[in-house]
Design a binder for this molecule. Structure first.
Ligand code: 6PG
Length: 471
């Protein structure tokens, strides 16, 4: 009998996932063209693991039990297609290929049909938690063929992170739903990271906090209701010393943010299917703006440094920034979840929102205590179209909104850019406004383009010949 699972791609993520699967009593074979990686796989393995690595694709495929279950841990994009091109002719009907990278969901749809025409199953699964998560328990978002999924389920549940004894993995829906959910996870990840960076800036430039003080603030935040993975690692970052100089490492890092594309896809998707996710959009575009460092330097000289009026009551300010961060984070989740709801309808994914928030509670990058509250909300009402409409969540929001407004006002009046905080607040204010001023936009559209409008007092579509008052 052959090995239970195969992994293609033995970079750090592939290797760690392989060890995790092997630790849970499954036998696993690994393949990588790079002999060094194969060697390293063997040298870091423990003697209890039933595993083997190889640099030969043929050998790899023949050592697997059938139906084969092969997990791809290769970079998204062309490398996935390259592996499929090479491997599919070696596979047999009914074999399952599982792409565990951050693949674009439309690529997954295309690959599902391509592989199906050869009698093979293809699935896209989202895996979150970074290197450590892959090794010790990630959050896993599988989607696609339900029958193929049921073959993988016991292994996925074994290797996933656990919260209250429950595995952080569940079926996310049909087709490319797994990749879609992971994409939105990453969009939310971008938004929260943006918001945390703004809170850092407000505390640093606004209230002159040192890295040591910031460490204490984040430590306290992480010990309370704001407990989350991203707050936790931010806390640690403030303590890290640089190996090359005697400064704190954070202060030596260039302020140009990278991005691999999942955040951008989330924004593009939201635009495509008509969902408003401005805090995620702003997080994507803020990373883009950060790259224009030379221009920013020029502009900062041209417009000179702004003077900052530090808050009189530092303690109060820190508390308000914390509450603003908490609430704007909540609003970012609300936007991402609203996108998932719409996408589920649009693409007929059948995404179970309750399970999404459940499996995000552990293992993944956006895990947080807040997700417990969302889980309760969706358990009570699985049809909830926006988390802000939940009664308990609304009480929570109301208790923090004043701090969000005060923090946003402080940032604006002191010229500290806080695009994430502002858009979270702006989204909240628009979403909770009964009558928006877009009646005027409709009037303008009809004025110059005869685009018509609807009325508040009668059914139908109307057009007016608007009077010009030009003299
Ligand atoms: C995760 C992360 C992971 C990766 C991001 C980084 O859930 O484990 O989201 O997938 O760190 O893709 O994305 P950027 O390079 O675009 O910031």
């Amino acid at each position: 009998k052959g090995y239970n699972y195969g992994i293609v791609g033995l970079g750090v993520m592939g290797r760690n996932l392989l060890y995790n699967i092997a630790d849970n009593g499954f036998s696993v074979a690994g393949f990588d063209l790079d002999e060094e990686k194969v060697k390293q796989l063997h040298s870091d393995a423990t003697s209890e693991m039933q595993m083997k690595g190889t640099g030969s694709l043929e050998e790899f495929v023949t050592t697997l039990e059938t139906p084969r279950k092969i997990i791809l841990m290769v970079p998204a994009g062309r490398p996935v297609d390259a592996v499929l091109d090479n491997i599919s002719c070696l596979l047999s009907k009914g074999d399952i290929v599982i792409d565990a990278g951050n693949s674009y969901f439309k690529d997954t749809d295309r690959r599902i049909s391509g592989m199906a025409s050869k009698g093979l199953h293809f699935m896209g699964i989202g895996v979150s938690g970074g290197e450590k998560g892959a090794r010790t328990g990630p959050s896993i978002m599988p989607g696609g063929d339900a029958e193929a999924f049921s073959l993988l389920q016991p292994m996925l549940e074994a290797i996933a992170a656990k919260v209250d004894g429950e595995a952080c993995t569940a079926y996310m829906g049909k087709g490319s739903a797994g990749n879609y959910v992971k994409m939105v996870h990453n969009g939310i990840e971008y938004a929260i990271m943006q918001l945390i960076s703004e809170a850092y800036d407000l505390l640093k430039r606004g209230a002159n906090l040192t890295n040591n003080e910031l460490y204490e603030v984040f430590r306290e935040w992480n010990n309370g209701e704001m407990n989350s993975f991203l707050i936790e690692i931010t806390r640690d970052i403030f303590k890290q010393k640089d190996d090359l100089t005697d400064h704190d490492l954070l202060d030596q890092i260039l302020d140009k943010a990278g991005a691999k594309g999942t955040g951008k896809w989330t924004s593009e998707q939201a635009m495509e299917i008509g969902v408003s996710i401005p805090t995620i959009d702003i997080a994507v575009t803020s990373r883009i703006l950060s790259a224009y460092k030379d221009e920013r330097i020029q502009a900062s000289e041209l417009y000179a440094e702004k003077e900052i009026n530090t808050p009189e009551n530092k303690e109060l300010f820190i508390r308000e920034v914390g509450e603003a961060l908490y609430l704007s984070t909540l609003i970012s989740y609300a936007q991402g979840l609203a996108l998932l709801i719409k996408a589920s309808e649009e693409y007929d994914f059948g995404i179970p929102l309750k399970d999404v928030v459940k499996i995000w509670r552990g293992g993944c990058i956006i895990r947080s205590l807040l997700l417990e509250k969302f889980y309760s909300a969706y358990s009570e009402n699985p049809e909830l179209t926006n988390i802000l409409l939940d009664k308990d969540i609304s009480e929570l929001v109301k208790s923090k909104i004043k701090s969000l407004r005060k923090t946003a006002a402080f940032a604006v009046s002191n010229g500290i850019s806080s695009l994430g905080i502002q858009t979270a607040l702006g989204y909240f204010d628009a979403y909770t406004t009964k009558s928006l001023p877009v009646n005027l936009i409709q009037a303008q559209r009809d004025y110059f383009g005869a685009h018509t409008y609807q009325r508040i007092d009668r059914e139908g579509v109307f057009h007016t010949i608007w009077n010009s008052t030009n003299q």
